[in-house]
Design a protein around this ligand. Structure first.
Ligand code: ADP
Length: 393
């Protein structure tokens, strides 16, 4: 029997929604309400393979969007047994998903000081959905939980220790639900129990992160106090010299929030290429000789390879390197360019398999003589959220 869970990912100006059968991962509905608070707010959804436009007023707010989503859910005739909410920051308290009650709501609000845009939007999504579905259990599933077993030597910054103790300044890690899914899928591909599976997983979407997972437990990850640290991303810079924000503020006469905007929204692939944050556009432009696009892709792959290489020491029982996310699942160019850095360590890619793995087709892209497999796996964060929510239904 189906165990349908409504999965909500409420952002500052959008709500992503789905009905997922938590047993199989199958989605009977997926959709997106976006540009909330703007004149061009709109909603699209897909059910039974058909894409449709939803009914959403101009300047719709979150409550109006959730009401419209509730109507779409009702029209499918599916009967949800729980609502799973993606919550970005769960601090050190939430080592796993939590049934929402007043103390959980208060904690999510508390952690908003570390992730203001995300957590406040997540909170709004939860309280509005609670009013819409008062009889269903609401479950908060945190991006950070998967990394709560990372050892202190990996999560502490070398700053005065008081900053950690008094203000929670440490690395938390994000994309946890995706890395969890990749771990579970890799265990299936390797035919091993999850607790015996060791991988380095690279989630490469608009945001990008790498996780070092030894015997089923995350030991390190590239995102830090916020999702800005680590890899080169679509518009985020990832690692830079920590003195740069201050220097840039002084040199450019910009405010703290303007510098934050520059690092989060104008950097990464977009900033380097001066063309686009979209990997497809950059690959095409690079093929046509665009120097900025070539450079941006080169820096992206080099940084990624450097992170994966550093995690080879964190994951001594390595079973496989795994790529996922829009770029990881589709870009044979990024995968082969990155893995070329590992040729002297015995890794080798099968070009035909690499080219064939896209649009949801996953599997091993390593050559048979490669020292370890290299997997491509299509991530399914919604399924992880649904499965965790079901445990409370
Ligand atoms: P998000 O993090 O917003 O969920 P996605 O996981 O959808 O993002 O990834 C978006 C990225 O995936 C974009 O950079 C896009 O260019 C890239 N991408 C999607 N399809 C392809 C493709 N066929 N080849 C290369 N890159 C792709």
């Amino acid at each position: 029997m189906k165990k349908n869970v409504v999965v909500l990912n409420c952002g500052s100006s959008s709500v992503k929604f789905a009905i997922i059968d938590a047993k199989t991962g199958e989605a009977s509905l997926t959709g997106l309400a976006e540009n909330l608070g703007n004149a061009d707010s709109c909603m699209t959804f897909k059910t039974q393979g058909k894409k449709q436009q939803g009914d959403l007023v101009a300047n719709a707010n979150h409550a109006q969007a959730l009401k419209a989503i509730q109507d779409v859910i009702a029209s499918t005739g599916e009967k949800p047994v729980a609502v799973g909410h993606r919550v970005v920051h769960g601090g050190e308290r939430f080592k796993e998903a939590a049934l929402v009650d007043n103390s959980v709501l208060a904690a999510i609000e508390d952690y908003a000081s570390m992730s203001p845009l995300h957590n406040m939007a997540n909170l709004k999504g939860i309280t509005t959905a609670q009013a819409a579905y008062p009889d269903l259990p609401h479950v908060a599933v945190f991006d950070t939980s998967f990394f709560q077993q990372v050892p202190q030597r990996a999560y502490l910054y070398a700053l005065p220790k008081k900053l950690y103790e008094e203000h929670g300044i440490r690395s938390y890690g994000f994309h946890g639900t995706s890395h969890q899914f990749i771990l579970d899928s890799s265990a299936s591909l390797l035919n091993k129990p999850v607790s015996e599976t060791s991988i380095i997983s690279a989630h490469l979407g608009n945001g990008c992160s790498v996780a070092a997972i030894e015997k089923g437990i995350a030991h390190d990850t590239s995102m830090g106090f916020t999702p800005l640290e680590g890899l080169v991303m679509g518009t985020r810079c990832g690692d830079i010299d920590p003195s740069l924000p201050g220097t840039l503020q002084a040199k450019l006469g910009k405010s703290v929030s303007e510098i934050n905007d520059l690092l989060n929204k104008q950097s990464g692939l977009l900033g380097l290429s001066e063309l686009s944050n979209d990997c497809r556009t950059l690959e095409e432009a690079a093929q046509n000789g665009h120097e900025g696009a070539k450079l941006a892709l080169e820096v992206f792959c080099y940084r990624l390879a450097k992170y994966i290489a550093s995690y080879l020491i964190v994951v001594p029982s390595l079973d496989a390197i795994v790529f996922t996310g829009g770029i990881g699942e589709n870009s044979s160019y990024i995968r082969s360019t990155t893995m070329a850095y590992f040729a002297h360590l015995g890794f080798s890619i099968n070009n035909d398999e690499n080219l064939a793995k896209r649009f949801g087709t996953g599997g091993n892209i390593a050559h048979e003589c490669s020292s370890k497999p290299v997997f491509v796996v299509a991530t399914n964060e919604e399924w992880v959220i649904a499965a965790q929510a079901l445990t409370f239904a």
